[in-house]
Design a protein around this ligand. Structure first.
Ligand SMILES: Nc1ncnc2c1ncn2[C@@H]1O[C@H](COP(=O)(O)OP(=O)(O)OP(=O)(O)O)[C@@H](O)[C@H]1O
Ligand SMILES: [Mg+2]
Length: 457
């Protein structure tokens, strides 16, 4: 079986950083910083990180499609220059050419390698067979369901027989059942030793998917993207989702992912003590440097209300996500926001409301606004800073662009706008300021209803 020889490094990433130039004259925006990563023969590595943590950028660097700003990639013992011939990629978006048949799509990469027609045909048919699409060789992509399209995506990569197969969220555009089915088949092929590559690097933000497929889960932090640590999935293959160990691994990863500051030790037996998981809040470098989790106030209070009503649903964050039918990527920022505002605590995969959180979820709208304002002022420096700025202005008003520029020192253009939108959502709900969207200006309300000076100082 191929997956027994685990010591040979196929791709090594050494101290890789990547910056993109920000808006004109604004210097650089760093996406990845000091990343080290090795993919060896015989292993499945999952790269887990939030949206924007630079996962796809790292894959593109490892595939030789873009250059790192610093550091290097070693492929098979030599410095990588140009496209990495050892790699084939499966994309979330399938990326099929609509005017070609299944077989022509699959043969495309071989054609580029100059392989003769008969050989191309033979290999493509074999790959199409492997993904269960025999009989559909002459179909066009528009005739296929999403799951079948992604099967073509896999066949197109398999046919190249790459040493390492890269998959960038290959299942996330598919519905739950289809993705479950395809994920299971990929795992079966791997476990049977018939997989057409020696290792797999899969990017995902689905924790269960990572624990199910991978031997090793590498956790990326964001802003800039860096390796926080890794967790070895010490389960016999196939990984049994029902086992306690599987659940403990998933819980552990949920916990570290909801605590961006926590150290990822990967040692799952010894649950990190609460004090380590929640370090005391230090004053940030700049109030604009720390990202706000993107959660609307309505979602935060909705989640807290659900927890009050159904406390049994919260023993387990994965189950909670399933219960409310939210993707991890959507639930985590809401939980993060609840934790940031001290409405909730997360330890070892469990969510518990604080007293204030319980109060916030159950009280009247007026009082919940007061509580929200109080927690924002105590825990969200960026909003405190925005209010202070507004106060210093004679007309108690400021352009949105002013704050977005400040955020832009730390975030990409798009992310700065999102950060601003979240800050505005929270600040408006707390009645800390008003926002005129057509003028793109923030205003302090009349002093009588604004937060008193004592509250802020
Ligand atoms: N060519 C580029 N120019 C400028 N910024 C870029 C470029 N490519 C990526 N970025 C930025 O780099 C950051 C990381 O992007 P990337 O796509 O690697 O993240 P990701 O972890 O794959 O996110 P997702 O989970 O949403 O796919 C984002 O803020 C993105 O806007
Ligand atoms: Mg991506």
């Amino acid at each position: 079986m191929k997956n027994l020889q685990t010591d040979r490094a196929l791709i090594t990433v050494e101290q890789v950083s990547k910056s993109f130039s920000a808006q004109e004259g604004k210097g650089e925006f760093t996406v990845l910083s000091g990343v080290n990563l090795t993919v060896s023969a015989g292993e499945v590595v999952a790269l887990l990180g939030r949206s924007g943590s630079g996962k796809s950028t790292l894959l593109r660097i490892m595939a030789g499609l873009i250059l790192p700003t610093q550091g290097r990639v070693i492929g098979n013992g030599t410095l990588l220059r140009g496209a990495n011939q050892d790699v084939a990629m499966v994309f979330q978006s399938f990326a099929l050419l609509p005017w070609l048949t299944v077989q022509e799509n699959v043969e495309l990469g071989l054609e580029a390698q100059g392989i003769a027609r008969e050989e191309r045909r033979r290999r493509a048919l074999k790959a199409i067979d492997l993904v269960g699409l025999d009989g559909f060789e002459n179909a066009y992509p528009k005739e296929l369901s999403g799951g079948m399209k992604q099967r073509v995506g896999f066949a197109r990569a398999f046919v190249l027989e790459p040493k390492v197969l890269f998959m960038d969220e290959p299942f996330s555009a598919l519905d739950v059942l289809t993705s479950e089915n395809l994920r299971g088949e990929i795992d079966d092929l791997w476990n049977a030793g018939t997989f057409p590559s020696q290792s797999i690097l899969i990017v995902t933000h689905n924790i269960e998917e990572a624990v199910f497929l991978a031997d090793r889960v590498v956790i990326l932090g964001a802003n800039p993207g860096c390796v926080r640590g890794e967790v070895t999935i010490d389960l016999p293959r196939p990984h049994d989702r029902g086992s306690d160990r599987f659940k403990a691994l998933v819980d552990y990863i949920y916990t570290v992912m909801t605590n961006p500051e926590a150290e990822v030790t990967g040692s799952v037996e010894v649950a990190p003590a609460a004090a380590e998981v929640y370090p005391s809040v230090e004053l940030p470098r700049s109030p604009y440097a720390d990202p706000l989790p993107h959660a609307r106030v309505g979602s935060i209070s909705g989640l807290l209300e659900l927890i009050v009503e159904q406390p049994e649903a919260t023993d387990d964050i994965p189950r909670l996500a399933e219960r409310i039918q939210l993707e991890v990527d959507d639930l985590l920022p809401i939980l993060d926001a609840a934790v940031l505002l001290s409405f909730a605590e997360v330890t070892q995969g469990d969510v518990k409301l604080t007293e204030i959180g319980r109060d916030f979820a159950t009280t009247t709208i007026l009082r919940s606004k007061d509580l929200f304002r109080q927690q924002v002022l105590a825990n969200v420096p960026v909003l405190v800073s925005m209010i202070q700025t507004l106060r210093e202005k004679r007309n108690r008003s400021m352009r949105a662009g002013f704050f977005i520029d400040l955020l832009n020192e730390y975030f990409s253009d798009k992310e700065s706008e999102r950060q601003f939108a979240t800050a505005v959502d929270w600040g408006r709900y707390a009645e800390l300021f008003e926002y005129d969207a057509s003028e793109e200006r923030l205003y302090l309300p009349e002093p009588a209803v604004a937060a008193s000076d004592e509250e802020i100082e």
